[in-house]
Write a protein that binds this ligand. Sequence first.
Ligand code: ASP
Length: 351
Amino acid sequence: MSLLISSENKPQLLSVSQMTLESVNALFHYADILKPVASRKKVCRVLEGAVLANLFFEASTRTRISFGAAFCRLGGAVCDTTGFTTSSMAKGESIADTSRVISGYVDAIVLRHPEKGAVAEFARATNLPVINGGDGPGEHPSQALLDLYTIIKELSRSGKDINGSHIALVGDLKYGRTVHSLIKLLSLYKGLKFTLIAPKALQMPSYILDEVSNGDNIIEQFSVLDNNVRDIDIVYATRIQKERFSAGEDDNYSPELQLNKRFIDKYCKPSVIVMHPLPRDSRAEAFDLSTDLDNDPRLAIFRQTDNGIPIRMALFAVLMGVESNIQSSLRDTTWKTPHFMGPNDHFTLHE
Ligand code: ASP
């Protein structure tokens, strides 16, 4: 059987390195078909009877809830566990044993773990579909897929193509796993210019830069901003991942690097798309994405989070081999939902 997304011949998504342009396009096609389910206009039951284990051994709100909601919206049911202290790993159980035990209970597994590589270790000990929900400072492939999906949708609304665009990644590029996965995934496209902006201590690891330097894209790095940075099409900010710092490590993050209106006006194209994987750190001293861009239609952060549902539904459908049943299974919903889910959505949400 040839699988659209696989690792060692198993239906598992551990890294974006597994993706090709062909598998990305196919996944996004299924996500498009599933959008009416995400926006609660249609229901779909292709995973009726299936059970997901949503195992989060590290903090999460969006990823855990959206994976759970995506599975439920396909007709499945979800079992959750959160944190080490409430799991048998706190009793010294190995990752492989936990993996085999859970495999006897469920049909698919999403795992988040604080150690890089731990999800791959877990995946080796099961034949079930596994999705990496974030492995420490390693990768976050489903986030990168929903980020890419958002970028393509946002650009296409103004008639633009992703090839040839200028993308700036700002913030903690060392520990921020979302940007590790995103830059790798973006390097599937042609003629991109990457502007990487981070304090010296938090720059993109060289092993990732080596992977994405394909001779076809331009990569420039800055630790302070200068006037040579201009005409950014997409700017993606990341939170400083203080929880991953070792003792004595400091970020030296300067207010000058904060993504805010001043930054946009100075360094970006007027049509810029502003993104962030969230959560944004709202403490003033964090200098994370400013609230002065709230209600600016260029701020795509909630369109981005909304896209997490169709992308994660599409991932489950593909990994569980039911993608060709989606279209015929769609039915109208029987309940009413508001047109906009949030009171300020009319400022920033389209459609
Ligand atoms: N939610 C993202 C992650 O889990 C980004 C973050 O935590 O800053 O990696």
